[in-house]
Structure formats: structure tokens, C-alpha cells
Ligand binder design. Structure first.
Ligand code: ADP
Ligand code: MG
Length: 455
């Protein structure tokens, strides 16, 4: 899953599985929503079945509704402390207004895959997860979430939704691997790019409301255990308005060094220079995911190139809130040439951001490999290490797809690290560019745009 793991928590990490105080919901006096399917056991419909028990299929209609483009500002707008009950209810209603349409778009996209692909057990598992999640939300449509009991029930539905979709990525990876005879790599890339990007937004919408629910719990639900929020005044839901990338890098670096020690018996070192005290408003889970993947790549290359004694150098540069900052980097806007791949998206407003350069002495990237590094499932990693570089390794992918842990404790091999990191970076207008100096090392520029001023 995009959420990398649960062990690193910057403040109150929202990545852990959510459990909502069940006593408050089961003792709730409010009647369940009409036609509630929220509690039914997952007797999931076979795919291509209707999403409602009465046989009516809501997907085509919902999938025709436009998607609301999501901004960080949208996500913080309901959550400014002190959070009132009305604001929490407004957040729930906002969340409900977005999610069914978003899920329906994904279901429609899955239906548009070749039938033989969507019939694959792994792909159809994902399809059924979406159908199931939509069926838990539909009963809420057309009614107003107007009291805190409803809000608690609705948050339970969201928590289940987030949980249901946690393992999507290794399952999809496995499914598309099974189906590679029936669908071209380009089609897979197109589908996954859209699907995984949409998934980022959908999870964020749900997790933001869940986080706001928890941050408000002490005010509304005296029986619930206190949340860690007062210790983390810089959080608004899942957004940290004073996120310090250097702290994230050190924490993720420690984790990746642990993996290296397990895999190779050595711990590469890293140093942070530039402006380590830079802070900006961003989603810590996303930064953790990206940094972990980029450090895995840098550490692996460093070790495999026998350069463990050379530290990975990470430079943090704050960006003033101007468009000119993008031009300063002087990186190609979109290039898949021999020496660079990736894109730095233009700034679309004046939110301050940060650029992080990760420089390793790992020998760079073979020019024959470079054009493929953004492809899903492309990897030069193999456990057996007897693969032709650049050929990708089905064995490694099989191993990880089967392990069901998204390669969380492996240094490489799923081949999703770069494309998914780029999807996260681009989600709010940032980007990733890779500059390889073959024979020497690699520079990766991660540019992130924060949310503008929060008042
Ligand atoms: P994975 O790490 O699972 O192989 P990624 O998407 O993270 O998948 O990376 C794809 C490929 O890009 C890697 O297999 C490797 O060949 C190449 N690569 C990425 N980063 C670096 C780096 N810093 N140095 C050398 N090669 C790299
Ligand atoms: Mg990787």
C-alpha cells in the first residue's frame, strides 16, 4: 500500500489501522441509515454485479459525475482548530460528497479493462473491494449527516474503507503480472498511473476525516481515550503544517539502513545539508513514502557499487513562494532522454515548498535502463541477482507480490518505487527528476509544494 509502514511516526501517525471506539457506536441510539449495508458481512458480490441489493447499478451514473479536484487547502478548511462540532459534520458531509463518485470512477475504469484481465482473481479482488466500499457508502447518500452519532457511524464506514484497500498495490502488481500476456505494458502503465493517483486522493479524503474525528473526540466523546493531538498542535488532520523534512529523512534513513543491514550486512550513512530546519505544510505519510523509496534506491545503489564509505548527501532547499523558484532548478520540464527522466510540475499557486536533492555515489543508471525506470514493475533488482540488468525480474516481483507486504521490508524489487513516488509528489504540484551520471552516481530532485498559508 502507499502507506509505507507503521513504525515511523512523526507525531500521531495516521497510518495505523483505525479502530473507532466501538462502545460509542454500538450503544448509539440513532437508527442506522436507511438500507445500511455498512455492517453486513462481506458477502461481496461477484464482479459486474450491481452495487445495490435491489439490483440497481449506481456506477454508470456516479462515474459520469465530474471529479472534484482536490487541494491541500480543501483538506484543511474543515479542520482548523479549535474544531467545532459543526465543522466536523461539515467535513463528514464534504467527504461523503466526494467518495462515491471517486469510487465509481475507479469501478468504471476496472470494468473497462479487458474482461480476461478483470476476471483474474487478484484484479477481481480489487474490483470487489471497490464495489463493496461503494455499497457501504451509498446508503448515506441523500441524507444529511447532522448529528455526532451519524458522524461516528460514518467514520466507522470510512475506517473500514481505508482498511479494505490497504493491500491494493501488491495485489494489483500480482494481477497484472498474471495478465501480462493479455494487456500491453503501456496499457498497464496508463491504468495504474490513473488508478494509483486517484487512490492517493481517495485515501487522503477518507483519512483526513478520520483524523479530524479523532482530533475532536475529546471534546465530544468524554468516554474515548484522549488523542495525542494537543502534543501536536501543528497538525490539521493528516496534514502537518510545520513538517520538517530533515526529521522525516533521519527517521526513514534509519529504517532503510536497517533493511540494508538485513540484506547486505552494512549500514550506509547519510548526511543532511542545506537548510535542515526548513518546515512546510504537507502530508507526512506522503513524504515518508517518497523519502523511503528514494533512500532505498540510493542506499541499494551505494552498497551494490561498493561505496558504503561514501555518505548519501541530502540537501534541503526551502523555496520561496514564487513561480520563479521552479525555473531556478533548470530541470527539463518533461524529458525521457539519456540523462534524465521525470518532470518537475510547474507551480500553480504561490504556496511555499521545498526541494530535496538526494545524491548517491551508487554508479548512476545505465543509459539503457534509464528510459524504463518510471514504468510500473520495472526493476533491475533480483533476489538471486542473476538477472540481466534492465530485463526486470519476474521472480523478484512474484516474491514480493506473494508476500503481500508491498516490499515494505525489502530494499527493492516491486518496481513501483519511482513511479509511485512521482505520483505522490505530483499530487499537489511537485515532482521528481532523476539525473544520472553513469559510472559515478545519481542525483534525485524531489520537489514538493506545500499548502499555502493556513489561517
Ligand atoms: P525497484 O527499486 O523496486 O527496482 P524503483 O521504481 O524504485 O523500483 O526503481 C527502478 C529502477 O531504477 C531500479 O531497479 C534501478 O535499476 C534504477 N534506480 C533507481 N534509483 C537509482 C539510483 N539512485 N541509483 C541507481 N539506479 C537507480
Ligand atoms: Mg526502489
Amino acid at each position: 500500500p502507499p502507506w509505507p509502514r507503521q513504525r515511523q511516526s512523526h507525531g500521531h501517525s495516521q497510518t495505523a489501522s483505525y479502530s473507532i471506539d466501538s462502545s460509542s457506536s454500538s450503544s448509539s441510539s440513532s437508527p442506522p441509515p436507511p438500507h445500511s449495508h455498512a455492517k453486513h458481512s462481506p458477502s461481496r458480490t461477484r464482479h459486474h454485479n450491481a452495487s445495490r441489493a435491489d439490483g440497481h447499478d449506481d456506477v454508470p451514473y456516479l462515474a459520469k459525475q465530474p471529479l472534484h479536484p482536490l487541494s491541500l487547502a480543501d483538506l484543511v478548511k474543515h479542520g482548523r482548530p479549535p474544531l467545532s462540532a459543526e465543522a466536523l459534520l461539515a467535513s463528514a458531509r464534504f467527504t461523503l460528497s466526494l467518495l462515491p463518485i471517486r469510487l465509481a470512477h475507479r469501478i468504471q475504469a476496472l470494468r473497462n479493462l479487458p474482461y480476461i484481465v478483470v476476471s483474474n482473481p487478484n484484479i477481481s479482488k480489487i474490483y470487489n473491494n471497490y464495489q463493496h466500499s461503494l455499497s457501504t457508502l451509498l446508503p448515506w447518500q441523500g441524507r444529511t449527516i447532522s448529528n455526532l452519532e451519524d458522524e461516528i457511524r460514518f467514520t466507522e464506514v470510512l475506517a473500514e474503507l481505508v482498511q479494505t484497500h490497504t493491500d491494493t498495490i501488491p495485489i494489483l502488481a500480482r494481477g497484472f503480472l498474471d495478465c501480462r500476456k493479455y494487456i500491453s505494458a503501456a496499457e498497464v502503465t496508463r491504468f495504474l498511473d490513473e488508478h494509483l493517483r486517484a487512490r492517493i486522493g481517495t485515501r487522503l479524503v477518507a483519512e483526513q476525516h478520520i483524523a479530524l474525528h479523532f482530533s475532536s473526540t475529546p471534546h465530544f466523546d468524554p468516554g474515548a481515550s484522549p488523542t495525542p493531538c494537543p502534543e501536536h498542535p501543528s497538525y490539521i488532520g493528516v496534514i502537518d503544517t510545520a513538517l520538517r523534512p530533515a526529521t522525516t529523512i533521519d527517521s526513514c534513513g534509519g529504517y532503510v539502513a536497517d533493511i540494508c543491514e538485513l540484506n547486505y550486512g552494512v549500514r550506509p550513512r547519510w548526511i543532511i545539508d542545506g537548510s535542515p530546519d526548513t518546515t512546510f505544510a504537507f502530508v507526512p505519510m506522503h513524504l515518508e513514502y517518497i523519502v523511503t523509496e528514494l533512500l532505498k534506491n540510493a542506499f541499494r545503489a551505494t552498497v551494490e557499487n561498493g561505496m558504503n564509505r561514501e555518505p548519501i548527501v541530502i540537501t534541503i532547499a526551502p523555496e520561496p513562494a514564487t513561480d520563479a523558484a521552479a525555473a531556478h532548478l533548470n530541470l527539463p520540464a518533461e524529458s525521457h532522454g539519456a540523462f534524465s527522466a521525470g518532470a518537475i510540475a510547474p507551480l500553480d499557486d504561490n504556496a511555499p515548498g521545498v526541494t530535496i536533492r538526494i545524491r548517491d555515489r551508487g554508479g548512476g543508471i545505465n543509459p539503457s535502463v534509464l528510459p524504463h525506470i518510471w514504468g510500473y514493475s520495472f526493476t533491475t533488482f533480483s533476489d538471486a541477482d542473476d538477472d540481466v540488468p534492465g530485463a526486470g525480474s519476474d521472480d523478484a516481483l512474484h516474491a514480493i507480490a506473494n508476500s503481500g507486504n508491498n516490499g515494505a521490508s525489502t530494499i527493492a524489487g516491486l518496481g513501483y518505487g519511482l513511479p509511485l513516488s512521482r505520483a505522490y509528489a505530483e499530487y499537489f504540484g511537485g515532482g521528481i527528476a532523476v539525473q544520472s551520471l553513469y559510472g559515478w552516481g545519481t542525483d534525485v530532485y524531489l520537489r514538493l509544494k506545500g499548502v499555502g498559508r493556513i489561517e
